[in-house]
Design a protein around this ligand. Sequence first.
Ligand code: PLP
Length: 421
Amino acid sequence: MQQSSQSIQSAFPLLSSSDPQLAALLVDEEHRQRDKIRLIASENYVSGAVREACASVITNQYSEGYPGARYYEGQQIVDQVERLAIDRAKALFGAEHVNVQPHSGSPANLAVYLAFLKPGDTVLAMQLAHGGHLTHGSKASITGKHWNVVHYGLDPQTRRLDTTAIRELALQHRPKLLIAGHSAYPRLLDFAAFRAIADEVGALLMVDMAHFAGLVAGGAHPSPVPYADVVTTTTHKSLRGPRGAMILCRAEHAAKIDKAVFPGLQGGPHNAITAAIAATLNEALRPEFATYAAQCVTNARALADELMSNGFELVTGGTDNHLILIDLRNKGIGGKPLAAALDRAGLVTNYNAAPWDDQPPQNPSGLRLGSPSMTTRGFGETEFRQIARWLARVVDSGLDESVITTVAAETGALCRRFPLP
Ligand SMILES: *Cc1c(COP(=O)(O)O)cnc(C)c1O
């Protein structure tokens, strides 16, 4: 994809002369995002306003500490920016305290471990292979090396979370921290049940809402905030902001959380990202965002319904949120070759472990799809149903290259009708 020097110059007037090689790559990426149907459940398109904040000169500044208590002079403005982000997050989610400084979701989760646990303490969390996250105690993550993480999974019959079984594990292992939250579970979470389990065993409850924070913000998913001691979230997934994170907590935990983020784990915050989080939350507080969140769920349901009509088997037989996990075993095709073929067809997805997968993580039996990005582009149920039919055509052709080429032309034509935000 080599772009004309004219289009590179208009997109990046300065970079195109100082570093034309990089400018050309960034334009290629913009065109990739424009020309393909992006279905990665953790991705989105931020607004132009959020991108302006990301690129602002506030990035030039160092601000170790917190508003009103910094270690550098020159904080008159950034203190107001960070307070704006905090106040908007509190208003949006009804939280008592918010830290907007974690550099991303994984460091936010690590800050919670650091705030409340000693190395070796017991944690109970969802296992990665059933939809949990690396930072929920996977052996590959520092969280699985420094803490004793016991995992709960899905019920083998329903492939849903069973809070009775989670309670039994909690009674047996007596965790100090109970974690709810996921990266690939298509159903709602029963936060009241998690709270009751935590109370019964004297654990703190952390909810990691990284994936569904936008749905919570828009009222399309129950909020964990009234139930949890601590809620962590990324800002760049369904919440549709820059790559960053936040920790929401009860006032009693505020000092511990803030100390764990800085100086426990990080130095200075990324001020341009803080500004962009403020811009994101301003958008998420508007009524249009509730419409967006509801549409994400409606679109995911339409996609799920049409996939099942085309013979696909979905984990839990559908979705209540923004994501879908296809179990491909009845189709006799691996997640990895399928994801690669779909990308050539203009449908960007990711291969994913299916629960009780008998295939290795490098080529698992699942494919994960999400609605947040294309809902931002304006796709509705009609377009999401069409996506399911394209997927079926590619799969049922046995990944035939001529079918892939035809579908690529059709996905490209649909994208042209829905411009970038
Ligand atoms: C994406 C995600 C994270 C981590 O986010 P990064 O910003 O990639 O570090 C943490 N928890 C869950 C549940 C996630 O889905």
